[in-house]
Each structure stands twice: as structure tokens, then as C-alpha cells.
Design a protein around this ligand. Structure first.
Ligand code: EPZ
Length: 419
């Protein structure tokens, strides 16, 4: 299993190219099921999750080819609407196929996702939403068996905002008979791109970017040939916090600052100097960080996927702070590992709040990644620590960051991948 060896306390400087968004490319790959011809997705990051999704679609009969930042995909050849457990359990986003398969084929057999590094991460909103559109849903041997002759539009109110459930139900509703309203819909940029893509092939979705989506069911969809994935706001936020914590000056290129408004605002409250351009952000930090209490929230709030990275930044800030995690009450697996580096963080799971001591002097250690974003936080921590740290199980990081060690090395970090 690969691991990273990281020598800390090096200032970072130079330019970084931000890749396309993992959480946008996955739903677009799934939406190819509804695209009535070959689709080329560009600005695609080289991630293990994209490969997993490609294998899932290939298993159903789709033709998928990944090559140099592009995915050529034609899902018209799908002949088996079936998503097996061994792929769905590796990547929860596989569950998104339920809606489009049902919409296109009238049936789908999709494994329940199973456990995650934190959670529970149920899919009850997905299932109840699709039932409201008239599907019959049975559970057999851990698989959801969904059937419907013709889905019917309906009003769906999610108990709370869910990115995945919004995407799943949205893709089920576009070919339904009649109109659908989705309340408490996710407004994340990745969902907005999915809506724009579906509208470009003939769907009729309005309210894009708000928490209420209206969908007029259409009889058929057509196709587009190309779509470019939006920049990855979580990768961009990760690099902003890495430079803020270690100190230095770095320009991030190919970003969309509009997707990072809250993150930019909070970093500026923490005394991080940011120069924001149309498609770039330059971060300048002398490592002198102010503490700032935050909460994670659905978009446009502060993303839960940057919570761990922010926690590390607050550990090297000048004062104490708190983080309230409002999306996943137990997304704190990174805390014990951070404390082994010299952080001093307490978590109250009852209130899903972490209390972080500032001014910590971090000393290198051997660290174990537990999940994708925790791995990113540990890498930043190692960059701030005195000495050389080892971060193991980097397969987690490869799920969501495209060649992170190459991008970090290019701006002066001493990080090497070893077998
Ligand atoms: C998406 O996961 C992202 N993944 C996650 O990013 C991200 O953390 C999450 O949204 C929140 O922003 C992808 O886009 C592939 P949710 P998703 O449904 O859709 C509860 C990363 O690191 N819920 O928005 O699975 C759920 O437990 C990953 O890139 C239900 O209760 O998240 C959570 O508390 C990690 N029932 C809240 O809703 C359901 O049926 C939000 O989850 C669905 C969700």
C-alpha cells in the first residue's frame, strides 16, 4: 500500500492547476445514461472514483473510455440495469444510477451502499423520493429492486438537504409523466452543473441553484456531444488552507471563486490574504493565522468536505476556536491522528462540536488516513510539522485528489510517494 513521506516546515510558493470536480464528474457520468448518444466529458480529474464509476457503467453495458483528462462514454448500449455490491460499497455515489436506470429502463437492481468511514450515511431520502414518483421498491439480499412502467411527477420534500438524493430523484423525474417539485433540494455547484447538463439534452428544470427545483416531465431527451467539468472547489479550498497553514504565496489557476465565497470570507476572517481573480485565487500567508469559529452547512455555507482541513488550520492559529459539524455529526476520524502530531482537539459528539486549541507546535509522526478528506488534512498537518512524517493508506486520497503529491512538490513541498 502506497504511503507519503513528508518533510515539514517548507514554505510553499508557485502556481497550482486545480482539476475538475470529483463530485461533478460522477453525476455527469451517471447522467450519460440519459444522453442519447456518445458524450465526451472533459476537464476530468484522474481519480480512482472515476475509474470505479467507469467500471460500474461498463458492467451494465456502457462503452466507457478514459484518456488524458477526457471520458468518452456511450451508455446507449446499456442492457443490464444492475449495480453490484462490490462496486457500490467502494463508492457510495454509485447509488446515483438508481434514478436514471429506472427512468430509462423501467427497472433497476442497485445494491445498498453499506458502511462508510463515518456516518450513518443512509439512502432513505433517495428511496422515498423515487417511491413518491410511483416506483415500486423492494429490498432483496441487500439490493434495491425498483420497478415502474412510467414514473409520475409529484411533490417531494426532503427532510433535509441531500446532494445525492437530489441528483437521484432529479434524474428519475425528467422523463416522468407530469411535473415534479423537489423541496429542500441541494444547490451545490455540482448539482447545478447536473441540472444544466440535463436541460441541455432537453429536460425542463427550473429553480437551478435554489433549494426548490421544478421539473416538467418530457417525453424524450436528446443528446449533447461535450461537457467540461466545473473546477473542484474542495481541492481549491484544500490548497488554500495548506498555504495558509504552512505560509507562502501560491496562485491557484482554473478555479471558480464564486463557488468558494464562504470559504474565502472565513479565510479572510482568519487573516489570510487572498487576491481573487475571475478564474484564479492567490493566497498569501506569513503563517500568522487568527482563530475563527465556524459551522459547516449545505451550499453556499462552509462545506463539510473542508472541515478537517480548517481544523488543522485552526490548530496553528493564534487562539482557540470551535467547529460545529452540521452535516455529519461524527465526521471527526481525523482528530485522534491530528492529536498525535501535537494538536489539542476535543470533540463533543452530542453537539457535533470540536474545540481546538491554537498555537500548537506540531511534531512529525507516523499517521494513518481514514477517509478522503481526513487524508488531505493529515498531509497539510505533516507539511506544518517539525521533522518527517509518514501518511499511510493514501489510496483514500487518490479517490479525490489528482496527483496531489506532484502538485504540492511543484510549489515546494517535500513529499514523496513510496510503495
Ligand atoms: C455528497 O455526498 C458528497 N459526495 C460528499 O462528499 C459530501 O460530503 C456530501 O454530499 C455533503 O456535501 C458526492 O457528491 C459524491 P448528502 P452525499 O446526501 O450525497 C443525510 C467527498 O469527500 N442523508 O448530501 O452522500 C446524510 O446522512 C464526499 O467528496 C440522509 O439522512 O451526502 C447527511 O447527514 C464525502 N438520508 C446529509 O443527509 C439520505 O437518503 C447530507 O448527505 C441521504 C442523505
Amino acid at each position: 500500500m502506497d504511503y507519503f513521506e513528508i518533510e515539514g516546515k517548507n514554505q510553499l510558493s508557485g502556481d497550482v492547476q486545480i482539476s475538475g470536480a470529483k463530485n461533478a464528474v460522477l453525476p455527469l457520468m451517471v447522467a450519460s445514461i440519459l444522453n442519447n448518444d456518445q458524450l465526451t466529458i472533459s476537464n476530468v480529474p484522474n481519480l480512482s472514483d472515476s475509474i470505479t464509476m467507469a467500471n460500474l457503467l461498463r458492467g451494465m453495458g456502457s462503452e466507457v473510455e478514459l484518456s488524458d483528462g477526457k471520458i468518452h462514454i456511450n451508455s446507449q448500449s446499456i442492457n443490464d440495469p444492475y449495480a453490484p455490491y462490490d462496486l457500490v460499497r467502494k463508492m457510495r455515489a454509485s447509488f446515483y444510477v438508481l434514478g436514471p436506470l429506472l427512468s430509462k429502463f423501467g427497472e433497476a437492481k442497485v445494491s445498498l451502499p453499506g458502511g462508510c468511514a463515518w456516518g450513518p450515511r443512509p439512502v432513505d431520502f433517495h428511496i422515498k423520493g423515487i417511491e413518491k414518483l410511483g416506483a415500486t421498491i423492494d429490498l432483496e439480499d441487500g439490493y434495491i429492486i425498483a420497478k415502474s412502467n412510467k414514473l409520475k411527477g409529484n411533490k417531494i420534500v426532503f427532510p433535509k438537504i441531500s446532494v445525492g438524493a437530489t441528483g437521484n430523484v432529479l434524474m428519475a423525474s425528467v422523463l416522468a409523466d407530469g411535473d415534479t417539485e423537489i423541496h429542500n433540494a441541494a444547490a451545490e455547484p455540482e448539482i447545478q452543473q447536473l441540472c444544466h447538463f440535463l436541460n441541455s439534452i432537453g429536460a425542463k428544470i427550473s429553480g437551478v441553484g435554489t433549494n426548490t427545483l421544478q421539473i416538467q416531465g418530457v417525453d424524450s431527451l436528446n443528446s449533447v456531444e461535450n461537457i467540461a467539468v466545473i473546477p473542484d472547489r474542495i481541492e481549491a479550498g484544500t490548497f488554500l488552507m495548506a498555504v495558509a497553514a504552512t505560509g507562502g504565496e501560491v496562485k491557484l489557476n482554473k478555479v471558480n471563486p464564486n463557488h468558494l465565497e464562504t470559504v474565502i470570507s472565513y479565510l479572510r476572517h482568519a487573516n489570510v490574504n487572498l487576491d481573487v481573480g475571475d478564474d484564479n485565487i492567490t493566497v498569501l500567508s506569513n503563517g500568522d493565522i487568527n482563530s475563527y469559529n465556524i459551522e459547516t452547512n449545505e451550499y453556499p455555507g462552509f462545506p463539510t468536505d473542508l472541515q478537517a482541513q480548517w481544523m488543522l488550520l485552526m490548530s496553528v492559529a493564534s487562539g482557540d476556536s470551535t467547529i460545529k459539524e452540521n452535516i455529519y455529526f461524527d465526521r471527526f476520524n481525523h482528530v485522534p491522528e491530528l492529536n498525535r502530531l501535537g494538536c489539542n482537539i476535543d470533540v463533543d459528539l452530542k453537539t457535533a462540536t470540536a474545540s481546538i486549541k491554537g498555537k500548537r507546535k506540531l511534531i512529525s509522526a507516523d499517521l494513518t488516513s481514514t477517509d478522503l478528506r481526513a487524508s488531505a488534512c493529515l498531509i497539510i498537518a505533516a507539511l506544518c510539522a517539525e521533522g518527517t512524517s509518514v501518511v499511510s493508506r493514501v489510496y483514500h486520497i487518490d479517490r479525490g485528489y489528482d496527483k496531489i503529491e506532484e502538485k504540492l512538490s511543484k510549489i515546494g513541498a517535500r513529499i514523496v510517494r513510496k510503495k
